[in-house]
Design a protein around this ligand. Sequence first.
Ligand SMILES: NC(=O)c1ccc[n+]([C@@H]2O[C@H](COP(=O)([O-])OP(=O)(O)OC[C@H]3O[C@@H](n4cnc5c(N)ncnc54)[C@H](OP(=O)(O)O)[C@@H]3O)[C@@H](O)[C@H]2O)c1
Length: 259
Amino acid sequence: MSERPYVTLSCAMSIDGYLDSAEPARLAMSNAADLDRVDAVRAHHDAIMVGASTVRRDNPRLLVRDAARRARRLATGRYESPAKVTVTASGELSPDAAFFTTGDGPRIVYCPRERATAVRDRLGDRATVVGLGEDCVTMAALVEHLGAQEGVRSLMVEGGGTVLTQFLSADLVDELHLVVAPFFVGEARAPRVVGPAAYPWTAGRRAHLADTRQIGDVVLLRYALSERFGMLDARESATGAEALAAQAADAEAVTAELP
Ligand SMILES: NC(=O)c1ccc[n+]([C@@H]2O[C@H](COP(=O)([O-])OP(=O)(O)OC[C@H]3O[C@@H](n4cnc5c(N)ncnc54)[C@H](OP(=O)(O)O)[C@@H]3O)[C@@H](O)[C@H]2O)c1
């Protein structure tokens, strides 16, 4: 059995713990410098995942934006941007969503086994559709499949709350990047960063806060949630001097943008 991919959760929330507002237009939580940091983190992962609601609501491209980072990925034998992964039970995904029409990497859709044929018919050659499980897909099975069948060694999960809740409560996360934006949402119908669940970290078993960083008007909290924390940094370093230089350049670029 292959080692399960290194999992990084990354999201931004309001002071009162919401991922978005309930209004039709998406609420921007982050600022430009933090979005650039997220871009650098994306560039270090093999795959990026969001839930199907995020694909429908936000229509994200999920690409590495910075040209130099894309070039470095190509130079080390990777796609310009990570593979894209989503999960759906309903199968309600449009083949014309930016998730499927942008970028050079693979797109993988997980769904319950009995939905797989219908989802394949709907998406055609725009994605690889993988049927896993009966009524819903467990995140443990999804991560296992990504590692063993798709060659994914690192996965960045960007939301939304339904997906974040499942990864965290299943104890599948190696590190959490939580950004706090300087405002309140205060709407009961808005999506929360996570929902009710049995989480491994409680008042009796506190998570390890590995780092904090102010990035303009937001703050980044970096939590170590497994003994493998930091392994991705070490792995990236092991790919050679070029990758090391690239990481340093990314870090300098982000620092330079800070006020
Ligand atoms: N602030 C941030 O950093 C950030 C990041 C990402 C997203 N967001 C926001 O988060 C909101 C969406 O969050 P959300 O919690 O509503 O949705 P979500 O987590 O993006 O997606 C939930 C959907 O994923 C599918 N799904 C989840 N778990 C599944 C499982 N185990 N098996 C099968 N399918 C599964 C289902 O799709 P089907 O309905 O198709 O069955 C479900 O409705 C949006 O407002 C978005 O803007 C914010």
